[in-house]
Design a protein around this ligand. Sequence first.
Ligand code: GLP
Length: 246
Amino acid sequence: MRARVFPDYEGISAAVAYVVAGRLEEEPSTVLMLPTGITPLGMYRRLVEMHRSGRLSFANATFFNLDEYLGLAPDHRASYHVYMKDRFYGLIDADPARVFVPDGTAPDPEAECRRYEAAIREAGGIDVCVLGIGRNGHIGFNEPGAPFDSRTRVVELSESTRKVNASDFEADRAPERAITAGMATIFDSKSVLLLASGTNKAGAVAAAVEDDVSESMPASMLRSHPNASLFLDEDAASALGGGLAE
Ligand code: GLP
């Protein structure tokens, strides 16, 4: 796993947007898997700017989201459907037929997970997976303990994750469950770019990079990935002991 450290958040955002745009220019039909959260907002802003200035088209790309809350309608303001539409998919020339977000209101959530995995397979697999990281090391909504061989499935959210995300919800009650792309789903991506910014991510970053590879620290799985890179700002890298590159 390579790590690149930038002075600040803007540096990470620009670098990741540049990598994603470069992939799309090389291969317009790239299949992307994308995260939500605060961290990727700068990357999305830059990709939208590139599109608006006529430099970048997403018309032939395919998009999969990492996760969605279970039980939230696609028009719920805290849903990841709305997040992605408002910040990215609605602002670029994405083909709606190639935009996939798990349906949190599917009558049969298990069938929805199977449908999602099948859609990824039909698209030829994920070329580039962009990830954030939770303070407990979660990726997507794969909380500590998520099996490395897991596929898209329904998961329980940890109390700490629900607390961090609570302010998006009325009465500060985040949903208890979500649909997430699995650990193996993520690992099968040809390349993985993990973004982390701020001191509140420093502990998780250091544990993922320096402690044992373990299901108790989901992001550590990326250490055995052939093409995974970390994009960190100095704050997120501040607990690292030194030897970054493996
Ligand atoms: C949520 C998402 C993750 C994201 C994480 C960190 O739980 N499901 O995909 O990486 O939060 O979010 P943030 O970037 O806001 O810190």
